[in-house]
Write a protein that binds this ligand. Structure first.
Ligand code: FES
Length: 523
């Protein structure tokens, strides 16, 4: 059996693999696959699982060559087949940052002792917050890319992987539990404490993430009527999760409302005190799913739309996470297009906030028209003709260096923004609430934290009337999980929040479908 050597962060791991297996299969066996992107779950469709490989690997076949599109110095992990001893180098650092939730106050009711860990399990990133349970002081945080990312960038591809592979569920459960163990160890080291001092864990994630964590089959969520196996909201023993915590540690999993509105949303709604509001509020969390809720002390109505990975750079030709080398800001200054790059230096891609800025700027410069068409060089304003290449559906615009935006990228962003905008519009209309009547608009999640609101309005992601009500709340799911750890009252509030949530199923709703078509247009 050939030996695959994996190089990552000054570590060197050697494992034996079957000849003919793909590099991605080898990485999954190595336990380091969470440092490798595989947005389409290893199905050879997205062309994004790029890795540097040397040694005995079969030459790229026609399919891989087409997807590589000239990026000859790297290979696609899910298509490159191992023939003999070879070495794969993984990107040193995910460069992902903990999305802050500093707008929240955490009060301990002093009834607990020891340490507690609050965990937000996002589809893309996982964040863990370590607390002193008696004082409520946050001692440390740790985060990373979700350990399941080599099984797909969004919940649908992860469910699909669980359904199509014998061990498809168990490997994802093992990956996320291993990651929680690792993050807990990391946070404890930072705080000079030990996992054995941890007596309580609270987890908030979307419904699919909570299924994968607990090892429950999520396949019922993949198709109508989108039925989950559980809506959680209970404490379980942390024993079987093998987190290294104190004996008798309870692990609480935040309650979900439906297959697509999970514990991350109920925890977020509790954290912003939605049920204490006199005036209705709108809460939106844009990630690979667009989850949203509207309401006040009388009750909340929630829904979810499939935004897809475009806003996180997934499925976008030069898309990437918000890490060093990503274009994160784009603006027009004196008629000229300007960009900023995370960490400075050469741009290697563009992240979510940069993509929304780009689309807003290209609309402003009339390089993209109201239908979302990227103008070819001979039709675009003269000043930008030299940055445009191609014809028809293959037109592309050079943003900076070798970072391009294609007509297809614009289309994917258009679909994602239409899904979120139509969701907001349908939810408000269904509840007969005008944007002007809202007391607050809470924008949660990583993407929401870095998004420039003016650009979001320019592309029509949300109506301008919401701008002066906007409150960016960061990782509200992590905040809700933290509050749960520290006080009984938060537990009560969360249970009541879940009970007061009504789910509105948008799929098949004529009102939503019409709004979606209308929201495809740019003003
Ligand atoms: S092409 Fe390899 S994961 Fe998509």
């Amino acid at each position: 059996m050939p030996v695959l050597t994996v190089l990552y962060n000054h570590t060197r791991l050697e494992i034996q693999v079957d000849a003919g297996s793909t590099v991605l299969e080898g990485l999954r066996l190595s336990g380091l696959s969470h440092h490798a992107d595989a947005p389409c779950g290893g199905n050879g469709l997205c062309g994004k699982c790029l890795v540097t490989v040397s040694g005995a690997v079969a030459a790229p076949d026609a399919r891989e060559q087409a997807l590589l599109a000239g990026k000859s110095e790297r290979r696609l992990a899910c298509l490159a087949r191992i023939e003999g001893a070879c070495t794969v180098s993984l990107a040193e650092d995910d460069g992902l940052t903990v999305v802050e939730n500093s707008v929240f106050r955490f009060e301990a009711d002093g009834k607990r002792r020891g340490l507690g860990a609050a965990v937000d399990i996002g589809t893309t990133t996982v964040a863990l917050y370590l607390y002193d349970l008696r004082t409520g002081v946050r001692l440390a945080t740790a985060s990373g890319a979700n350990g399941q990312r080599s099984y797909g960038a969004d919940v649908i591809s992860r469910i699909q992987y669980a359904m199509e592979h014998v061990d498809g569920l168990s490997v994802q459960t093992a990956a996320i539990r291993a990651q929680l163990r690792q993050l807990l160890r990391e946070a404890c080291e930072k705080a000079r404490r030990t996992p054995e001092e941890v007596t309580a864990v609270a987890v908030a994630g979307n419904t699919v993430m909570e299924h994968l964590l607990t090892g429950l089959d999520p396949s019922g969520i993949a198709a109508a009527p989108f039925t989950p196996r559980s809506l959680f909201g209970e404490s379980v023993s942390a024993e079987e999760y093998d987190l290294g915590t104190a004996p008798g540690t309870a692990l609480y999993i935040a309650p979900c409302v439906s297959g697509y509105v999970g514990g991350d949303i109920t925890a977020g709604l509790m954290a912003v005190k939605a049920l204490e509001k006199e005036q209705p509020i709108l809460f939106v969390d844009v990630g690979t799913n667009g989850e949203m809720a509207v309401g006040d002390h009388r009750g909340l109505t929630c829904c979810a739309t499939a935004a897809g990975p475009a806003f996180e750079g997934g499925s976008i030709s030069c898309g990437m996470a918000a890490s060093p080398g990503a274009i994160d800001r784009v603006w027009v200054e004196d008629g000229a297009l300007r960009v900023s790059v995370l960490g400075g230096g050469e741009a290697i891609g563009v992240c979510g906030s940069g993509l929304v800025d780009t689309l807003a700027a290209l609309l402003e410069l009339e390089i993209v028209d109201e239908t979302g068409r990227l103008q070819p060089a001979d039709e675009a304003p003269g000043a930008y003709a030299d940055r445009l290449e191609g014809e028809g559906g293959n037109v592309r615009f050079r943003l900076s260096g070798d970072v391009w935006i294609t007509a297809e990228d614009i289309r994917k962003l258009q679909l994602a923004k239409a899904a979120v905008a139509a969701g907001i519009e349908t939810l408000l209309e269904h509840q007969k609430i005008l944007p002007e009547q809202l007391g607050a608009f809470y924008l949660a999640g990583g993407f929401g934290s870095y998004l420039r609101p003016e650009s979001a309005v320019r592309i029509g992601l949300f109506p301008a009337a919401l701008l002066d009500r906007l409150q960016v709340v960061g990782n509200s799911a992590g905040a809700g999980a933290s509050m749960l750890l520290l006080s009984d009252k938060a537990g009560e509030d969360l249970r009541r929040t879940k009970e007061q949530c009504t789910y509105l199923e948008l799929s098949g709703m004529a009102q939503f479908n019409n709004a979606y078509m209308m929201c495809m247009m740019f003003e």
